[in-house]
Design a protein around this ligand. Structure first.
Ligand SMILES: N[C@@H](CCC(=O)N[C@@H](CS)C(=O)NCC(=O)O)C(=O)O
Length: 99
């Protein structure tokens, strides 16, 4: 898996924290939003709207920080995203507030 991100990107940061916390095997590539690298090839072909973060997992490209967090949590069965109905609802509430 490869995460296109930038250290100043708040949407990228939560994913990088989850990856670090759970020791996930993740290649990272920084895309310099300050110089507009996100709006040029090759990144613009990965995410045509030019926003970070973007996750590439095999043949899938996934954007939107919240969707990436939920995908990783489900893929690796991470405890941070509880399967308990009410606990997960409160997590989703906080994630939606952030978005
Ligand atoms: N709703 C998106 C927002 C993505 C977003 O706005 N990313 C910012 C960095 S945090 C970005 O790539 N900005 C580059 C630009 O606006 O040119 C998400 O949560 O992933």
């Amino acid at each position: 898996m490869k995460l296109y991100m930038h250290p100043i990107s708040t949407s990228s940061r939560a994913i990088r924290m989850l990856v670090a916390e759970d020791g996930l095997d993740m290649e990272e590539q920084a895309i310099d939003v300050m110089s507009g690298e996100n709006l040029k090839e090759p990144f613009i072909s990965i995410n045509p709207i030019g926003l970070l973060p973007a996750l590439v997992d095999g043949d899938m490209v996934l954007t939107e920080g919240s969707a990436i967090l939920k995908y990783l949590a489900d893929k690796f069965n991470l405890p941070a995203y509880s399967k308990d109905l009410k606990q997960r609802a409160k997590i989703n509430e906080a994630m939606d507030w952030f978005n």
